[in-house]
Design a protein around this ligand. Structure first.
Ligand SMILES: [Zn+2]
Length: 338
């Protein structure tokens, strides 16, 4: 009997980043769907072509592209892919901002973070080196060509892949543009970087859009994890590393890790108010400049969690620095109030 189960074929694509290779996916059937692409490098392009060729396909055959999130290891090559296959790109509206205007988004991000880092207490000299590092990575992705078709998708939308309908889930946290896709018959999920077997996804700081508040990435990420834990998933195909076959155990592990870190950050505040940068150095004393952004993202994420629990408050003092102060110093006290 012929199986109707959509076949998801991973294509491993090298990246120059510490995370290692990224997984693109090919989903056979009408239309032939490509999920994500590698960063904008020649080796990544060659790996994409080779991965498709192994499966008897060419870029020209791709009829649709789905982008899980707008990080450069996942969309860097899309301009080049679309230039060949002319297929529409399905992505979250926040990812479309990057697809339409990558230099503009980098600039917006740069402006926001130079101020954010200053207020977080990062010394000027280190900020300068962080900004230089940021500008060195802009070459790994680019906007799509004018006229390329981007179809925005939202939570609950249905996308046809491999001849069957997949449901779009908005799973913000690692990125505000992050979507996952779920096929209920075969219980397969395209999970992007929302669920990774080998590494804990970083809920990264992002600039707000328009007049909105900055997203609370870790708060969002925890909510997205809890939502996915409720679902029946046989295999979750992640953006890096092998697929996840036991998502509930993995999510439990990730949630426990984050909860532990949140308490650790709360503990660091018992000695008095601290800036986010001071807390980052408390947590990671040997942090190289290249990792300060990740460290700050993590610390601010936990501070956001503590703020939503009404355990911490932040204020900006006359010196222009934002400091965080502990209001209640144990999770038990919060439980006791409920
Ligand atoms: Zn990634």
């Amino acid at each position: 009997m012929m199986s109707l189960e959509p076949r998801v074929v991973p294509i491993s694509v090298p990246t120059p980043f510490p995370v290692g290779p990224v997984n693109a996916y090919l989903i056979d059937g009408e239309p032939l769907t490509l999920v994500d692409a590698g960063p904008k490098t020649e080796v990544a392009w060659d790996a994409m072509l080779a991965g498709l060729a192994d499966y008897g396909r060419r870029i020209e055959d791709v009829g649709q592209i789905v982008l899980t999130h707008a990080h450069m290891d996942h969309y860097g090559l899309l301009r080049r892919v679309v230039a060949v296959c002319n297929a529409p790109v399905l992505a979250h509206p926040r990812a479309k901002l990057w697809l339409d205007d990558t230099p503009g988004e980098w600039a917006r991000r740069g402006r926001y973070f130079s101020e954010f880092w200053a207020r977080a207490g990062v010394p000027a000299e280190r900020r300068l080196r962080m900004e230089q590092a940021l500008s060195a990575s802009v070459d790994y992705a680019e906007s799509l060509m004018p006229g390329a078709v981007v179809r925005t998708v939202h939570d609950g939308d249905v996308v046809q892949m491999g001849g069957v309908p997949w449901r779009v889930l908005y799973t913000p946290g690692h990125a505000g543009s992050h979507i996952s896709l779920y096929e209920p018959q075969s219980q397969q999920m395209i999970a992007g970087d929302h669920l990774l077997l080998k590494v804990s996804s970083n809920p990264l700081l992002e600039p707000p859009i328009g007049v909105q508040q900055r997203a609370r990435s870790l708060v969002d990420y925890i909510a997205s994890l809890k939502r996915v834990a409720e679902m029946d998933i046989r295999v979750a195909w992640g953006g890096h590393g092998p697929p996840v076959l036991n998502h509930r155990a993995l999510i439990d592990e990730r949630l426990a890790h984050h909860a532990e870190r949140t308490e650790q950050v709360a503990g660091l505040l018992t000695g008095g108010p601290r800036t986010a940068y001071e807390l980052t150095l408390d947590l990671f004393p040997q942090l190289p400049t290249s990792a300060v952004f990740l460290g700050l993202s993590e610390v601010v994420g936990h501070l956001d969690v503590l703020e939503t629990q009404d355990r911490v408050r932040e204020w900006e003092s006359d010196d222009g620095l934002v400091r965080y102060e502990l209001l209640i110093d144990s999770a038990e006290a919060v439980d006791g109030l409920e």
